[in-house]
Design a protein around this ligand. Structure first.
Ligand SMILES: Nc1nc2c(ncn2[C@@H]2O[C@H](COP(=O)(O)OP(=O)(O)OP(=O)(O)O)[C@@H](O)[C@H]2O)c(=O)[nH]1
Ligand SMILES: [Mg+2]
Length: 443
């Protein structure tokens, strides 16, 4: 089938781009322009007509990319028209009436690019990441992966393992031949080196995933300490209800922020106290779970009604800042029991010291993101495959004795398969749905 969709953003725009891809693209161009095909890859001004008739839809630019040198690897065309809903609708309707043409599914252009060998899976994912990048650091990471930084590495490891596998398979095919000693040593050394490298890659504090999804900050503390006030302050709008009633917030309230180019997800949580109310208890349970998952905890307490329970103290680990709020009520004096923790004394009401708090948060982010250079993993999918690869490699290494060759070969095959799955070198049909469904239509 030939597919078509609006590839530029939805809504009214100066120019909208409608993309068409598939065997009948040339037919679509001819039918809409009522003329012969324009020169390939040259922007050409044309009149676009309703199918079959001479009634004009719009005048715009067409670019014709004959396959296989196109984004999808198939015949492809871009119609640049005026970006009104009416023009887009009329264009879609005209194309839909041409035989074998249908509206594209989300991500289908990129899926076809992958299926036709134009890009690998990592590149497809990084295109999705680039399209949805909101901050500088996300844009840079997406570009790095797009340029092949991690695929090159995964492919290299895979090729090295395949080489080892070929030696072992030779031994299985010719059992009477001894594998020379130097090759056995080489197999040992190479697999150990790869194992080390993969483990090092896995030990990355999940920075790549954090950059893609956002660094998680949880605001925690007793009721009424100003958690929701802090969330509103950081988001510069009223996201959460603030009130003097203790126990106002029950659900987790999340906002996505861009702090100096760092993507951040801040969650406001229910005040932690011992409560008999079932709903509040549930809220507190969720709050504590958020604390566990957070990359940074802001434990906020009131300077006045010091309610510093052991539950709160336990939250003050390395990845935590103690925020003592309502300094206006204690004339800026810090209670001595807070002194042994990394703390910031603020007043949200009087806007005191909040800059200092933000600087602290930023410096924590900077530390966390300082290792971005070596990052190869940007999704849980990659991590899971690498972990599986490590497990099979470790099993492989344990099987040294000669009679284990068959099983060793199988371990190695599975290890390479997991590396292949990251890049898309093996049968990954079942994976494709989940990856390309994340795209929007027209991509
Ligand atoms: N004096 C003073 N009051 C503050 C300050 N910050 C917040 N408040 C007040 O403290 C009360 C509680 O604030 P919230 O932000 O709702 O507190 P919370 O921690 O979200 O409370 P729960 O959702 O009930 O757990 C409100 O009346 C705020 O106006 C401050 O710096 N000084
Ligand atoms: Mg609240």
């Amino acid at each position: 089938m030939t597919i078509y969709a609006l590839s530029s953003g939805p809504g009214i725009s100066g120019v909208a781009v409608i993309r068409v891809s598939g065997k009948d693209t040339a037919e679509v161009i001819k039918k809409l322009t009522l003329s012969k095909l324009p020169d390939p890859r040259v922007a050409t001004l044309k009149k676009f007509n309703k199918n079959g008739g001479k009634e004009l839809i719009d005048q715009g630019v067409i670019i014709w990319f004959p396959g296989p040198n196109s984004y999808t690897g198939e015949d492809l065309a871009e119609f640049h028209v005026h970006g009104s809903r009416a023009v887009i609708k009329a264009m879609h309707l005209a194309i839909s009436k041409i035989k074998n043409c249908r509206l594209a599914e989300p991500g289908e252009f990129t899926k076809r690019a992958f299926q036709n060998g134009r890009i690998n899976l990592l590149k497809a994912e990084s295109i999705a990441d680039l399209i949805s990048a909101e901050t500088e650091i996300q844009r840079k990471q997406a570009l790095k992966i797009m340029s092949g930084k991690s695929s090159d590495k995964f492919n290299l490891w895979r090729e090295k393992l395949l080489k080892i596998l070929s030696h072992i398979e030779a031994k299985i095919d010719f059992p009477d031949e001894e594998i020379p000693k130097n090759i056995i040593n080489d197999i040992q050394k190479k697999s150990t080196d790869i194992l080390k490298e993969i483990k090092k890659t896995l030990n990355d504090q999940k920075v790549g995933e954090r950059i893609r999804e956002g660094f998680k900050i949880a605001i925690l503390g007793p009721p009424n300490s100003g958690k929701s006030s802090l969330l509103n302050y950081l988001s510069k709008r009223d996201v959460a209800i603030v009130s003097e009633v203790a126990g106002t917030t029950r659900d987790v309230i999340e906002t996505h922020l861009n702090l100096d180019g760092y993507p951040v997800i801040v969650s406001d949580t229910a005040g932690i106290r011992s409560s008999k109310n079932e709903i509040e208890k549930k809220g507190i349970k969720i709050a504590l779970k958020r604390a566990e998952d957070a990359d940074l905890k802001l434990v906020i307490v009131s300077a006045k009604n010091v309610d510093f329970t052991s539950v709160l103290k336990k939250l003050l680990t390395k990845n935590a800042i103690l925020v003592v709020n309502k300094s206006d009520l204690v004339k800026g004096k810090l209670n001595s029991k807070f002194k042994k923790y990394e703390n910031v004394l603020i007043s949200i009401k009087k806007d005191l010291n909040l800059n200092k708090l933000i600087l602290r948060i930023k410096s924590k982010l900077k530390n966390k993101f300082s290792t971005t250079e070596d990052i190869l993993i940007t999704r849980e999918r990659h991590r899971q495959n690498l972990i599986n690869c490590v497990q099979h490699l470790e099993k492989f290494q344990k099987k040294k004795s000669v009679e284990d060759f068959d099983k060793a070969a199988e371990d190695l095959r599975l290890a390479t398969r997991h590396l292949g799955m990251i890049v898309g070198k093996v049968d990954v049909e079942e994976l494709l749905g989940s990856i390309f469904n994340d795209f929007c239509i027209g991509k």
